[in-house]
Design a protein around this ligand. Structure first.
Ligand SMILES: Cc1cc2nc3c(=O)[nH]c(=O)nc-3n(C[C@H](O)[C@H](O)[C@H](O)COP(=O)(O)O)c2cc1C
Length: 233
């Protein structure tokens, strides 16, 4: 690592990365424009660099491009989503989802050129491991998915973090062993030309970051205001 010095201008490097990540939005209308497999492989390889509890790397990424499998996934997901939006979600959850404009129709599951189905692996199945135990699986896989979404954004690709719950059907459709549990389903591709996204806002930095301890978020009397790095201007 000693031969890996920090960038000359770390602030600029971070500003550039922040600008890239600001352009990440959840897309729900995809184009069918093909995405080469090499891009998907690199995106998944990036996810695989994530830290994990005891380096168990408890994740599996299934990249689906076969239209017949995508159709099966769509039909099964829409069945679950019909029950979800038909009542299982409950009043508050449905209310919170209102601004997203989502419903039980999931055409993107067939239109997006790739679906990356992420599984958490509950038993380490690599032959050379000291034990088959895994640790902090949700945290580890969550971090890996974050890197995956960031890598797709770097490549100019759109993603949708989709959780048609319960997701058990993904294990059977994709023929996964019992110790692999579906974590999230991520369509990847280019946005449709007429794609729109809900108008949402990001919490300001001083609502998500606090200096040292206590509340309010900024220590009383602090004369060092946190910059609003979320501002688009
Ligand atoms: C764990 C998780 C599950 C999500 N599940 C769904 C989903 O099932 N369907 C959907 O349309 N969006 C889903 N989303 C996307 C969120 O609605 C979206 O990230 C949020 O509204 C913020 O918008 P943005 O991603 O464009 O910044 C999910 C996001 C996360 C992180």
């Amino acid at each position: 690592m000693a031969d890996d010095p920090p960038p000359d201008d770390p602030k600029k490097a971070l500003d550039d990365f922040l600008a890239t990540m600001r352009r990440r939005r959840t897309v729900r209308q995809f184009s069918d424009r093909p995405v080469p497999r090499e891009l998907i492989e690199r995106i998944i390889a990036t996810a695989g660099t994530a830290p994990s509890g005891a380096n168990k790397q408890p994740w599996r990424f299934v990249a689906v491009q076969d239209p017949a499998i995508k159709r099966e996934i769509r039909l099964a997901a829409e069945e679950e989503e019909r029950l979800f939006y038909g009542g299982r979600a409950g009043k508050t959850w449905k209310q919170d989802l209102g601004p997203m404009g989502t419903d039980e129709h999931k055409p993107f599951l067939e239109i997006a050129p790739w679906l990356i189905v992420v599984f958490k692996v509950l038993k380490d199945d690599e032959p050379d491991r000291l034990s088959d135990q895994v640790y902090y699986v949700n945290e580890s896989v969550g971090i890996a998915v974050g890197l995956l979404l960031a890598a797709a954004r770097v490549a100019g690709l759109a993603t949708l973090t989709h959780t048609p719950t319960p997701m058990k059907f993904l294990g059977s459709i994709l023929d996964r062993p019992a110790h692999e549990r579906p974590f999230v389903l991520i369509p990847v591709g280019y946005p449709a030309e007429d794609c729109t996204v809900p108008a949402i806002s990001r919490k300001r930095l001083d609502r998500i970051m606090t200096l040292d301890r206590g509340s309010p978020l900024r220590p009383p009397g602090s004369d060092v205001p946190l910059p609003n790095l979320n501002s688009e201007d």
